[in-house]
Design a protein around this ligand. Structure first.
Ligand code: ZN
Length: 455
């Protein structure tokens, strides 16, 4: 048993039911769980480990990233994919992604997770949907475990190639029997549904234009056999995506999702930029979640997801940076700012999304979308996942509201991050990875991948 006291926090943003923001706050942690939350004077004065934040820092629950494709970190700013919409962007990237290797999956996971953690993320989900050259989800899980993030790994898949009317080349799709077999193996080997779990598994057929309705139904049936295994996919990302669903299935995306059993509290869909009002109402009623990825939606000119409407209809919404080939950053603090600004410009309504609203999406919203009741806010009994940001930086100078400043100003990175009670960022530096070496390796992998050689 070890204890940790974090004291003299300028403002402790709890995100608890009363949304308490505690001045001169403190946290008392035993092992990986928060035991007490309050003011510095109320809490124990000592512990085995102490962190004195000297009245300068804001502390928040760690952020949750609900949509990503870590492997795309190796294909940022590919010239042929810089100025395309979704389908053309994918078409130009598939041939490069076909060169992905197990080591590429491992390195890109470390790089993406390092960036996520530095920008406030303590729980991440990832969606790996192609497995060329003997890649496995195991490579990703190993990297995530080594760096120490709380992880929701998605066994993604693609099974409908060009010859069957799908978008991806036949060379990078898998057989559905093999997908389902590997999905079962991954669940049984790794999925941990216990409280404070560091690793859970999701099944995630990629998109309407790359998998069959059968695979959607069978994946859902399999996931629902295992408590806590969730379902995730891409939905209604842009007009072409909607058109494809109408032509191929005779259904708009919301109806397509319902027809294959993909509505419910155990499902979340990425993007939903073009979700109909009727579908939004159904999502709200069924508790079906949405991963909102504003930067990617802007980058690919997909449109503006109606997030305010979704929130007003009780749809669970979390933030996602999406893959690093369509963002091309992996920064959740920046994503939060973009989510706030995009909701405003989309509705021409300055109050459509406040800084506190968007911090709520990044914490409570993400936890709900991933089906977690042990993260997302700071209270006794919750997992010890929290971040601290120094308000004395130049980019916050003159800010009168230190919490709103995290979104309105350029917060960029955290100074401290604790995940499951363990310090993973110390004075702005990652403690579990050598960032310089990692950048170098990522660059080497990226170069080999683009030039078509095997890594
Ligand atoms: Zn995506």
């Amino acid at each position: 048993m070890t204890t940790l006291l974090v004291k003299n926090i300028h403002t402790l943003v709890t995100m608890d039911a009363a949304r308490r923001e505690i001045r001169d706050g403190a946290l008392f942690i035993r092992d990986n769980v928060i035991e007490q939350v309050g003011t510095t004077s109320e809490l124990p004065q000592t512990a085995e480990e102490m962190l004195d934040l000297e009245g300068k820092y804001v502390v928040l629950p760690g952020f949750v990233n609900t949509h990503h494709h870590f492997f795309q970190t190796l294909t940022r700013t590919v010239p042929a994919a810089q100025n395309c919409d979704l389908f053309h962007w994918l078409k130009n990237l598939y041939p490069i992604w076909a060169n992905l290797t197990p080591e590429g999956v491992y390195i890109s996971t470390k790089m993406a997770v390092a960036e996520l953690i530095l920008s406030g993320c303590t729980t991440a989900s990832d969606h790996l949907y192609l497995y060329p050259n003997n890649c496995t989800l195991d490579d990703e899980i190993r990297a995530a475990q080594e760096i120490g993030i709380r992880f929701h790994a998605s066994r993604g898949s693609m099974s409908v190639g060009e010859s069957l009317g799908g978008l991806p080349p036949d060379s990078i799709v898998e057989k559905e029997t093999a997908i389902l077999q590997d999905s079962q193996r991954i669940i049984e080997q790794y999925h941990d549904n216990s409280r404070h779990s560091m690793l859970r598994i999701t099944l995630a057929p990629c998109s309407p234009f790359s998998v069959s309705q059968d695979l959607m139904r069978e994946s859902a049936a399999m996931a629902r056999n295992y408590p806590g295994v969730r379902l995730h996919t891409h939905l209604a990302e842009n007009e072409t995506d909607v058109k494809y669903s109408l032509e191929k299935f005779g259904l708009i995306p919301g109806d397509y999702a319902e027809s294959v059993g993909w509505l419910g509290e155990d499902v979340w869909h990425a993007h939903c930029v073009k979700l109909s009002d009727r579908a939004i109402a159904k999502f709200g009623k069924t508790g079906t979640g949405v991963a909102h990825c504003p930067c990617s939606n802007m980058r690919l000119a997909s449109g503006i997801a109606p997030i305010r409407k979704m929130l007003d209809r009780n749809v669970p919404v979390g933030l996602g940076v999406d893959g690093a080939a369509s963002n091309d950053g992996t920064n959740l603090l920046y994503e939060a700012k973009m989510a706030m600004l995009l909701a405003r410009v989309g509705s021409c309504e300055a109050s459509a999304m406040t800084a506190r609203d968007v911090l709520e999406l990044a914490t409570l919203g993400g936890a709900k979308v991933l089906g977690r009741d042990d993260i997302g806010y700071l209270a006794p009994g919750m997992s010890a996942d929290f971040i601290a940001i120094n308000s004395d930086r130049p980019q916050f100078a003159g800010a009168q509201d230190r919490i709103a400043a995290l979104v309105f100003c350029q917060a960029e990175r955290v100074d401290y991050s604790f995940i499951n009670g363990k310090k993973v960022v110390d004075r702005g530096q990652l403690t579990t990875v050598d960032l310089g070496q990692l950048v170098e390796k990522t660059n080497q992998m990226s170069q080999k991948m683009r030039s078509g050689s095997r890594m």
